[in-house]
Design a protein around this ligand. Structure first.
Ligand SMILES: O=C(O)CCC(=O)C(=O)O
Ligand SMILES: [Fe+2]
Length: 374
């Protein structure tokens, strides 16, 4: 790719922050993707605990599976041993990391117990049972079109705060066609045909992930309505520097981010700070204000990013090379709360897209295109 931008180049020329609009971005959209080695500035979201608006309750639960017309295949519930253990998580107290300007993290090391193999079995279970996608899309900037290949496997479930799935938990095993409807939370009107819900059909959070969402809500003290999953098959998979600061998440979004499987570095650095009025920022001034952070996230860890973090900090999972390149896969699960419809369309666009469905193949130990059994 020709338009290669580097992190150094980015920090060499800090610009005042642009006002944020509703973003249609993914972490790969700004500054090029990981192929471009670029630096992205914007990434890929409840209110009252009301069962009627909890996305996960819209799934039909039969014979230990979550099913829904939008799922390519049924998604099993957590194995009983994991489901029983989940009630004892978080496995450790969260540590606050807030010594730096605008940074507010709560770090659980771990959240999902490592001893006894819980984190590993949750990793294996999710890798085997979820549908994954390798999303590609084009971006157009300054008249130049760039084709982006997302450098990791992704999947997403959920629905923004304005809407709910038509059937509730009371119709488990029933519901039929009714379950495909999306209703306005306030009026109860059918909004399935809304433009933000038609490009991609929103999918309820399956029970196996919804159980974790409920646990994360208690630990975080807030509510989530979206679950995004990343699978990094090897050190070649990555997410470039970005912040999850889209307007559809609101001004101070809280994001609970779980790590399962291989250890990977999570890098954080402050966004460029505009120079003081009439003055020039020196490199020394920028460095004094904040230091980049590297958190080697291990299997079972959970990091809650909250407060001003997304507005002011960028984060990434860089590629790993050399002996660390092939140390096994890693799953990342983030729970977020999207407030409005454009958030739903954005998340499905960049995490599901229009390409084929893939599923983990235990024999070849890789993601393989999934075909419906006729
Ligand atoms: O994999 C991770 O730990 C980070 C994922 C992330 O930042 C994102 O999905 O927005
Ligand atoms: Fe992110």
């Amino acid at each position: 790719m020709s338009r290669k931008r580097t992190i150094d180049a980015f920090f060499g020329a800090p610009k005042p922050k642009k006002p944020r609009g509703i973003s249609t971005s993914s972490p790969e959209t700004f500054g090029g993707d990981a192929h471009l080695d670029g630096l992205n500035t914007s990434g890929n979201g409840l209110k009252e605990l009301d069962a009627a608006i909890v996305p996960g309750t819209a799934t039909r639960k039969s014979d230990g599976y979550s099913t829904h017309p939008t799922y390519p295949f049924p998604i099993p519930h957590l194995p009983p041993a994991l489901a029983a253990e989940l009630t004892s998580w978080p496995a450790s107290l969260g540590r606050v990391i807030n010594e730096q300007p605008d940074l507010d993290l709560l770090y659980f090391e771990p959240y999902v117990a490592r001893g006894g193999g819980s984190a590993r079995s949750l990793f294996e279970f999710l890798r085997s049972e979820l549908p994954f996608y390798r999303v590609e899309y084009d971006i157009n900037r300054g008249g130049t079109s760039t084709h982006i290949r997302t450098p990791r496997w992704t999947t997403v479930f959920g629905l923004d705060d304005t809407s709910r799935f038509s059937s509730s938990s009371s119709s488990d095993g029933g519901g039929g066609g009714d379950m495909t409807k999306i209703l306005d939370v306030k009026t109860g009107c059918d909004v399935s045909a809304d433009k933000f819900y038609t490009r991609y059909k929103p999918r309820p959070i399956p029970k196996c992930l919804d159980d974790l969402r409920l646990s994360a809500q208690v630990a975080a003290g807030c509510e989530f309505n979206f679950c995004l999953v990343n699978y990094y098959a090897s050190g070649a998979d990555s997410i470039s520097f970005h912040s999850d600061d889209e307007r559809f998440l609101g001004p101070l979004p809280a994001i609970a981010s779980f790590s399962l499987g291989a250890r990977r570095d999570f890098l954080l650095k402050h966004k460029p700070v505009p120079p003081p009025p009439g003055g020039e920022h020196t490199e020394a001034m920028r460095n004094a204000a904040s230091k980049p952070l590297k958190l080697p996230l291990a299997s079972g860890d959970m990091i809650l990013m909250r407060g001003l973090t997304q507005a002011n900090w960028l984060h990434s999972i860089p590629k790993r090379t050399g002996k660390n390149a092939t140390d096994g896969g890693r799953i990342n699960i983030t729970f977020r709360r999207a407030l409005v419809k454009p958030g739903t369309d954005n998340y499905y666009n960049y995490n599901v897209g229009t390409g084929p469905v893939y599923k983990w193949d235990a024999a070849s130990r890789e993601m393989r295109p999934w075909k419906k059994n006729l």
